[in-house]
Ligand binder design. Structure first.
Ligand SMILES: C[S@@+](CC[C@H](N)C(=O)[O-])C[C@H]1O[C@@H](n2cnc3c(N)ncnc32)[C@H](O)[C@@H]1O
Length: 351
């Protein structure tokens, strides 16, 4: 969910600084939702430190509308990931997940903490500025390192040495690789940049590509290239995006004005007027023939009634007072979770 305007960055700032700073918004929203009890995620505070710490914990709290949106978005993405994992449970190769523009996301650690964790690989990519910070935070935390898998065995006959670390940091500190998890510095707009992602993946394994609030900051041609790349390289592939839609109204005008004050624009959101149009992006003939064969989408407002159970809605309704249900409907109607799949992955997702 997008925050209110902040002062524009100085003229000397890199044009991508504003895009990179959106990770701060996403992570701060997650931290707020966790600290108020909307979400249970012990890894948020290990991967994200708020830049402006006030005198009390309430300074990290976002308004209820943002907390509810963060909750529903997480519930929907969790449902997609669960559906993918159960559809790929019987595959001959262990499933893998790629998270594009992952920022400070914690999903890998939440999955690795589960009893039924069985992923072959989880790969995250983002700009090097973000991956270097994330690699450092992972390396400093025993809890985060413990999820990465086993260290490679020492070579036979090697002299006694201290135990090897279960990960390697590379690319000048901007990448981290391990048995279960790989973090790579990639600008998704650069042609050919995804080839280094391919090296970390099994081309024959069921693959889920997650993109949460990333494509909106890219030109639509660039995000189409990314989807086409995954769709053409992996036989058994599905993808899910969390995006904005319908910004051609008064709500969208305010959002665009607030973002412009931060040097941000949304070239990748404007061509999508409805949730359905986000679903149709996966079936766009310009992606290539049969790259994705089925798709679907729901706004966060529909996800509220169709995905979040009554019991969960009752639980979170007690966390904070919210009297403006019409305003909630307006905000949640402008965010959408859309998916596309080749074959039967995600067929049972219910979105
Ligand atoms: C709003 S944040 C979302 C972070 C994360 N997906 C989440 O939901 O918490 C958008 C992220 O996308 C990344 N991003 C945007 N454009 C990108 C690009 N061209 N290449 C790589 N990462 C990009 C940003 O750096 C940022 O971390």
């Amino acid at each position: 969910m997008l925050p209110p305007p902040r002062p524009a960055p100085s003229a000397s700032a890199h044009p991508d600084d504003a895009i990179r700073s959106t990770d701060d918004d996403a992570a701060a929203s997650r931290l707020s939702a966790v600290s108020l009890g909307y979400l249970d995620d012990p890894f948020v505070s290990l991967l994200y430190r708020p830049q402006r710490i006030g005198r009390d914990s309430s300074s990290t709290h976002k308004p209820p509308l943002i907390n509810i949106g963060t909750h529903h978005r997480t519930a929907a993405l969790d449902a997609v990931v669960d559906s993918f994992l159960s559809a790929s449970a019987t595959a001959s190769r262990p499933a893998q997940i790629v998270s594009l523009g992952a920022g400070s996301d914690t999903r890998f650690w939440r999955l690795a903490a589960r009893q039924d964790f069985r992923l072959g690989k989880y790969v995250e990519v983002d700009f090097p500025h973000l991956t270097s910070v994330k690699a450092q935070r992972i390396a400093k935390s025993k809890v985060l390192v413990s999820a990465l898998g086993e260290a490679p065995p020492a070579a036979a006959g090697a002299p006694m040495a201290p135990p090897a670390k279960p990960y390697k940091v590379g690319h000048g500190g901007t990448s981290l690789s391990s048995e279960r998890y790989t973090l790579l510095p990639v600008d998704l707009r650069t042609p050919g940049a995804l080839d280094q992602v391919a090296a970390a993946l099994d081309p024959d394994a069921p693959t889920l590509v997650i993109s949460e609030c990333v494509f909106c900051y890219m030109e639509p041609e660039a995000s189409r290239e990314v989807l086409a790349w995954f769709g053409s390289r992996f036989e058994n592939v599905a993808s899910v995006v969390y995006e904005m839609c319908g910004l051609n109204d008064a709500f969208g005008a305010v959002m665009k004005r607030n973002l412009a004050a931060r040097n941000l624009s949304l070239p990748g959101a404007l061509p999508f007027p409805t949730a359905q149009s986000q679903a149709e992006r996966f079936l766009d003939p310009r992606l290539g023939d049969g790259v994705f064969t089925k798709s679907g989408a729901k706004s966060l407002w529909s996800i509220r009634s169709d995905v979040v159970s009554d019991a969960e809605q009752a639980r979170i309704s007690k966390l904070e007072f919210l009297d403006e249900i019409e305003e909630l409907r307006l905000v949640l109607s402008h965010y959408v979770v859309a998916w596309g799949t080749k074959g039967s992955l995600l067929e049972g997702v219910g979105l």
